[in-house]
Design a protein around this ligand. Structure first.
Ligand SMILES: [Zn+2]
Length: 241
C-alpha cells in the first residue's frame, strides 16, 4: 500500500498528507476558493499526460500528489517556506511590467530587510516542491542533500539543485501579459548517472503565466533560462526560453 510510505522530509512519520502538485494558493489566486462549477466556460481544466479534467475546486484530488509528507512537516515545518513563496508570486503578479522591463528581481524589494532569511525560505519551498514531485514517482528517492537542508533548516549549504527563472514570450504572445491563471508544470525529465545506477539527474519547470521557475538537479542548467540561484544572491537575473 503506498498509503504507508514515510514522509520524505523527516523519514520517521507515516506520510498522511499530500502536497498539491499545483500550489493551492496559486489556484485560489487565479480562480477563487469556492466551487468552480459556476465559472462555466472559465472553469479551469487540468491537463496531464494527454488527459483533461475539469477542476471542481482548489482542493480537487486531481492536483494532489500521492500522500508524501507527515502533517508536522507539511504544516509546521514548511509553513515559513510556503509563505515566502506566496509573497514571491504575489510580487511577480503585481510587478509583472517591471519584471518584463528590467529582467531581474531584487529580493530586498519583496522581503525588505529580512531578505536573507526569506529568500532562503523561498529556496526551501523550491526544495519542497521538487522533493514532492520526485517522491510522487515510486522509483525515485529524494536526494539526501535536499532532505538535509530542509529538515535541519540550514542557512549555509551546497546542493545539486539549481534554480533559474525565465520569461516565455510564446506564452505572452498567445495569452497576453496578465495570463496568471495559466498555471502548470513541464514533464519531469530524468537521466541515470552513468557511474551510479541509483542516482538520477532531474529537470523540469513550473510556471505561473509566462513566468517560469526551472529546476535542475545534477544537470547543467540551460544558460538562456537565467542565472542559477541557490538563495545565495540578493538579485536573480531572469532569462528567456
Ligand atoms: Zn515528516
Amino acid at each position: 500500500m503506498n498509503d504507508q510510505r514515510l514522509c520524505w522530509i523527516c523519514e520517521e512519520n507515516v506520510a498522511n498528507t499530500s502536497e498539491h502538485a499545483l500550489k493551492r494558493s496559486d489556484i485560489v489566486r487565479a480562480y477563487g476558493k469556492g466551487s468552480y462549477h459556476n465559472l462555466k466556460g472559465k472553469q479551469p481544466i487540468h491537463f496531464k499526460n494527454g488527459k483533461q479534467t475539469k477542476l471542481q475546486g482548489a482542493n480537487s484530488d486531481v492536483i494532489k500528489n500521492p500522500k508524501d509528507l507527515c502533517k508536522q512537516c507539511n504544516n509546521t515545518l514548511s509553513q515559513p517556506y510556503d509563505r515566502a513563496y506566496d509573497n514571491f508570486i504575489e510580487y511577480v503578479v503585481n510587478n509583472s511590467e517591471l519584471i518584463l522591463e528590467r529582467r531581474f528581481i531584487d529580493f530586498a524589494e519583496i522581503y525588505g530587510e529580512d531578505f536573507p532569511t526569506q529568500q532562503s525560505n523561498l529556496f526551501k519551498y523550491f526544495i519542497k516542491s521538487f522533493g514532492c514531485r520526485i517522491y510522487a514517482n515510486p522509483d525515485f528517492n529524494v536526494p539526501q542533500d535536499l532532505i538535509s537542508i530542509i529538515r535541519n533548516n540550514l542557512t549555509h549549504f551546497s546542493t545539486g539543485l539549481k534554480i533559474t527563472m525565465s520569461i516565455k514570450n510564446e506564452v505572452i504572445n498567445y495569452l497576453g501579459k496578465q495570463c496568471f491563471d495559466f498555471i502548470g508544470k513541464s514533464e519531469l525529465l530524468y537521466y541515470n548517472l552513468e557511474d551510479c545506477p541509483n542516482q538520477f539527474r532531474f529537470s523540469f519547470s513550473e510556471h505561473i503565466g509566462w513566468f517560469f521557475i526551472n529546476y535542475f538537479y545534477l544537470t547543467p542548467i540551460n544558460e538562456r533560462s537565467g542565472v542559477e540561484w541557490i538563495s545565495d544572491r540578493k538579485v536573480i537575473f531572469i532569462g528567456e526560453i
